[in-house]
Design a protein around this ligand. Structure first.
Ligand code: PPS
Length: 340
């Protein structure tokens, strides 16, 4: 694989952004703990000062200038916050509850992950069977249901002028940290400990950077008429209520029978068994001989719980996560409803 370090300077000003290649012992430890996709390193991009896969610097301008459509639905989250769950709910709502197509066509095609193809260089992307995701979004028929984990400042500019519907989902950051650790093991063959991963998460050097900066930027615009702010915890506690609110937001009407069927389809047990959303096929490809990923893993649909972090996070790390959160939330007025 070509190292982009040889191709690009350590820092540069692009159309709208500046970046710096992150360095230091913590970054080196994080990079080398991953079996794939991190050899190019990690950069910090301004604005918003967010850690990203180094390759993203070659795509940031293209994403920023993507044409947004008024009837798009954008599912925006920090990784591991309930994205797949929300995509499935939103896609079905805007597609007349077409369960047949939802089962037949993988969610990754129906509702593409905007920046996926921008995270690794082209050679690796081809080997790992990852499509040009920006092109996939451009080619998608309306109404599009688009997934992105990008922080607010890296998203297409037209989101703020065209104003399509945006559904943001937040999750308790301790569960995010634990789920992201398992995601790293699954997708990138991360070999480090959970403790080391959380260390990198707290230092905001993992791709997508600071979870709280991500959440709070969308929390601050939650009252905009085209924005809906949901939480993983509320979806767990009262799924029909979130489905109803989302249906209203998307101008969809549901009978009680339709609501019942949709909630069944969206249950953890059902989604875990549903290959269209469980990422099983994608994982099989990724862990194939081209990438040589090894190591024991859990499935993408892992536990789907509130408070599952307790199985992975030590009391010392818990305390550090608490202090981190207190620091970020001081004077902000953010409330995570239904926290347990
Ligand atoms: S990703 O890779 O960032 O898009 O991941 P994301 O979809 O945001 O989050 C994955 C976690 O969501 C859980 N999940 C669910 N929980 C409950 N019910 C349903 N239907 C559901 N669907 C996905 C999934 O199990 C991951 O959480 P963890 O804690 O790792 O199990």
């Amino acid at each position: 694989m070509t190292s982009s370090k040889n191709l690009f300077p350590q820092s540069r000003k692009m159309d709208d952004f500046q970046f710096e290649v992150l360095q230091g012992p913590l970054v080196d430890k994080f990079k080398t703990a991953n079996q794939t996709f991190h050899s190019d390193g990690v950069i910090r991009m301004w604005p918003p000062g967010c850690a990203m896969f180094a390759e993203y610097r070659n795509h940031a301008d293209r994403v920023r200038h993507l044409t947004v459509r008024k009837d798009d639905v954008w599912i925006l989250t920090y990784p591991k916050s309930g994205t797949t769950w929300t995509q499935e709910m939103a896609w079905l709502l805007i597609n007349n509850l077409d369960y047949e197509t939802a089962r037949k066509i993988p969610q990754t095609e129906r509702s593409p992950y905007l920046e996926l193809g921008c995270l690794v260089d082209e050679d690796t992307r081809r080997k790992a069977n990852i499509a040009d995701s920006v092109r996939a979004v451009e080619m998608l028929q309306s109404p599009r249901c688009i997934k992105s984990h990008l922080p607010l400042q890296l998203l297409p500019k037209q989101l703020w002028t065209v104003r399509p519907k945006i559904i943001y989902v937040a999750r308790d950051v301790k569960d995010v940290a634990a789920s992201y650790y398992h995601h790293y093991r699954l997708f990138f063959g991360y070999t480090g400990s959970c403790e080391d991963f959380v260390e990198a998460f707290l230092a905001e050097i993992v791709p997508y950077g600071s979870v709280w900066d991500h959440i709070l930027d969308f929390w601050n615009i939650r009252h905009e008429s085209n924005v809906m702010f949901n939480t993983f915890e509320e979806m767990k506690k009262d799924l029909p209520r979130v489905v109803q609110r989302t249906a209203d937001f998307l101008d969809c009407t549901l009978t009680s029978e339709q609501m019942k069927r949709l909630c069944e389809h969206l249950s953890f047990e059902s989604m875990k068994e549903n290959r269209s959303v469980s990422h099983e096929d994608e994982m099989a490809k990724l862990r194939g001989k081209e990438t040589n990923l090894v190591g024991k893993i859990e499935p993408f649909m892992r536990k789907g719980e509130v408070g599952g972090w307790k199985n992975d996070v030590t009391p010392q790390l818990e305390e550090r996560l608490n202090v981190y959160t207190e620091g970020k939330l001081a004077g902000v007025g953010y409330e995570l409803k239904y926290q347990e």
